[in-house]
Design a protein around this ligand. Structure first.
Ligand code: GTP
Ligand code: SPV
Ligand code: MN
Length: 589
């Protein structure tokens, strides 16, 4: 190899000299290569064939029982200066991190094949797309990367033209949780991941490259890499508004991206177009608007809860040619999880199903499937220049206080809304579930640099001539005193998006409050919904003492990022706290 690929070949040789695989295989991304990988994995037991009549081309992978989620406590950002990684990341000096990882990689691929996986994040012809190469000893990772990215020859050709790519070295190692680390070196555009085969730890194009490394590059180059879905909402008039929404892991991105409008909306002509379900790269276009691409080519979605009632689009998408990980199995070889008809015969570990062993499907069991199989895949999803955004939405699992929807009065307020996001933890990461934590912009596990610098970067898009999207905050997860959700969610979330679009188009006035603009009485269309009046009230009520406590907590939490916390954000927090104090005084008078 010559020219710009020489550097790639040198690095592959170095990695092979370290890990000492029996073979090196350069992936071309072809159908034949995929079929051969599947054949090998069926033979080794890494994949099980599913019922070919009901699920043609579908396979089940059961991971090591200790390896079922991202490991945030073992994930590091290794910058030369500790402060550049920020208090939001675990950190090691790069030399120490390399030494630690290289000791693990030493000889770790003995007897195995090292796959060279060239991939492109984003449409292959898009100026916003970026390439990488993952070296891995896991055929499961290769098969997933082929679905999730543009993998193979076209990506290699682009790397040959550009010369620049993100280097990712991965080994499943011994799958020992004590010998498991995910290390990022943003200054070197490189990643080293050892000891896990699970999605976000092992499919290096996804969270490691497209969020942690890309967020670092984006800051230097004037764009944003975010943990957001992208969805197009076509109104009965035929206009399509694109909306990007940041919800933490397992908080509803895939579901919102594939939303099916309620019956009456469908009749009226509303349509929903899926552009992306997890990651969004966006940058200002020549007209001042923000344009977004989905860097991924597939969905790595949460299986449990995906049902004919909640997300029929996702079910249709995974009906063929999908890989399922850690789901349960019916007696006739169909994948199973809560929400599907039938009953589990085997649990996610392959044991005969016994409720005493816990849920049949692992709570973080997933499907991997090509986005092109999605019935609502947008005809503009692969536009090289992306789609223009009308709105950015933040939201999380908040059982109390946060209303169903509110709008930021301007960009600065919107950035504060994102920075103040909180959510209950989920099974997508190892650790306790259901603990409320601050998760700014849903990027706590994924921001590749100091959150203070990140907030400043967000604020910097507010330039003369910029036509920025409106910013909203939503909460689908308010609960009543019995712990039941107050809002039906799923398809009915379109009612909230309709209000947002009316606000974007200047057709509704809203109701100004100290914390943002809420829907005025009757502005949200709730007809046809079986929603008790008390719930309607509760979902849009403003608890001033509760909000004053929340603002104080937000102020305190943001100070963790001092001295890099932008003063503009601090002043915005103070402005709202003061407005709430005034509202409390007025109420008391
Ligand atoms: P990651 O892939 O981990 O980033 O998750 P995600 O944000 O794409 O979450 P997803 O859409 O897969 O939803 C996760 C869980 O939340 C599923 O069990 C859904 O059924 C549930 N969920 C999604 N939307 C709603 C909603 O509007 N209301 C309620 N109550 N639950 C929802
Ligand atoms: C998430 O955890 O946010 C996911 C799944 O989307 S993973 O690929 O593991 O990051
Ligand atoms: Mn995610």
């Amino acid at each position: 190899m010559t020219g710009k690929l020489a550097a790639l070949e040198r690095w592959v040789n170095e990695a092979a000299a370290l890990a000492r695989p029996a073979r090196v295989h350069w992936c071309d991304g072809s159908d034949a290569e995929y079929r051969e990988l599947v054949r090998q994995m069926l033979a080794s037991g890494e994949l099980l064939g599913l019922n070919p009549d009901t699920h043609p081309g579908c396979y089940l992978h059961r991971s090591h029982p200790s390896d079922v989620a991202r490991v945030e406590h073992l994930t590091y950002v290794c910058t030369r200066e500790r402060d550049d990684a920020g208090p939001n990341n675990h950190w090691l000096p790069p030399a120490e991190a390399h030494a630690k990882m290289d000791a693990l990689f030493d000889g770790c691929m003995a007897g195995r094949t090292m796959y060279v996986v060239p991939y492109c994040m984003g449409p292959i012809d898009s100026p916003l797309a970026r390439c990488g190469v993952e070296l891995t000893d896991s055929p499961y990772v290769v098969a997933n990367m082929r679905i999730m990215t543009r993998m193979g020859e076209a990506a290699l050709a682009r790397i040959g033209r550009e010369g620049r790519f993100v280097k990712g070295l991965h080994s499943i190692g011994e799958l020992d949780p004590e010998r498991r680390f995910i290390m990022h070196f943003p200054e070197e555009l490189s990643i080293k991941s050892y000891g896990s085969g699970y999605g976000g730890n092992a499919l290096l194009g996804k969270k490691c490259h497209a969020l942690r490394i890309a967020s670092w590059q984006a800051r230097a180059e004037g764009w944003l890499a975010e943990h957001m879905l992208i969805v197009g909402i076509e109104t009965p008039r035929g206009d399509t508004h694109y909306i990007a929404a940041a919800f933490p892991s397992a908080c509803g991105k895939t579901n919102l991206a594939m939303l099916i409008p309620p019956e009456g909306y469908r009749r009226d002509g509303w349509k929903v177009w899926t552009v992306g379900d997890d990651i969004c790269w966006m940058r200002p276009g020549a007209d001042g608007r923000l344009y977004a691409i989905n860097p991924e080519a597939g969905f790595f979605g949460v299986a449990p809860g995906t049902s004919a009632a909640s997300n029929p689009n996702a079910l249709a998408t995974v009906a063929h040619d999908a890989i399922f990980t850690n789901v349960a199995l019916t007696a006739d070889g169909r994948p199973w999880w809560d929400g599907l008809p039938g009953a589990p015969a085997f649990d996610w570990q392959g044991r005969p199903y016994d409720p005493a062993n816990g849920p049949a499907a692992h709570p973080n069991s997933r499907f991997t499937v090509s986005a092109r199989q999605c019935p609502t895949w947008s005809p503009h999803a692969e536009d090289a220049l992306g789609v223009p955004l009308s709105a950015i939405v933040f939201g999380g699992r908040r059982p109390a206080l946060l209303p169903l929807v509110m709008e930021a009065r301007d960009w600065t307020h919107g950035v504060l809304m994102g920075a103040a996001m909180g959510s209950e933890t989920t099974a997508a990461a190892t650790g306790a579930v259901g603990v409320l934590r601050r998760d700014p912009m849903a990027m706590k596990p994924f921001c590749g640099y100091h959150y203070g610098d990140y907030f400043a970067h967000w604020l910097s898009f507010d330039q003369p001539g910029a036509k920025l999207p409106k910013v909203f905050h939503v909460n689908w997860f308010r609960k009543d005193a019995e712990g039941k959700y107050l809002w039906p969610g799923f398809g009915d979330n379109l009612r909230v998006l309709e209000w947002m679009i009316a606000r974007v188009e200047g057709r509704l006035r809203g109701r100004e409050t100290p914390v943002g603009i809420l829907p005025a009485a009757d502005e949200l269309k709730l007809d046809g919904l079986d929603l008790p009046p008390a719930a309607r009230h509760e979902l849009l009520a403003l608890d001033i003492p509760g909000w004053r406590a929340e603002l104080a907590a937000i102020g305190q939490d943001l100070e963790a990022y001092a001295p890099r916390l932008p003063d503009r954000l601090r002043r915005e927090q103070q402005r709202i706290a003061a407005a709430l104090a005034a509202a409390a005084a007025a109420q008391a008078a």
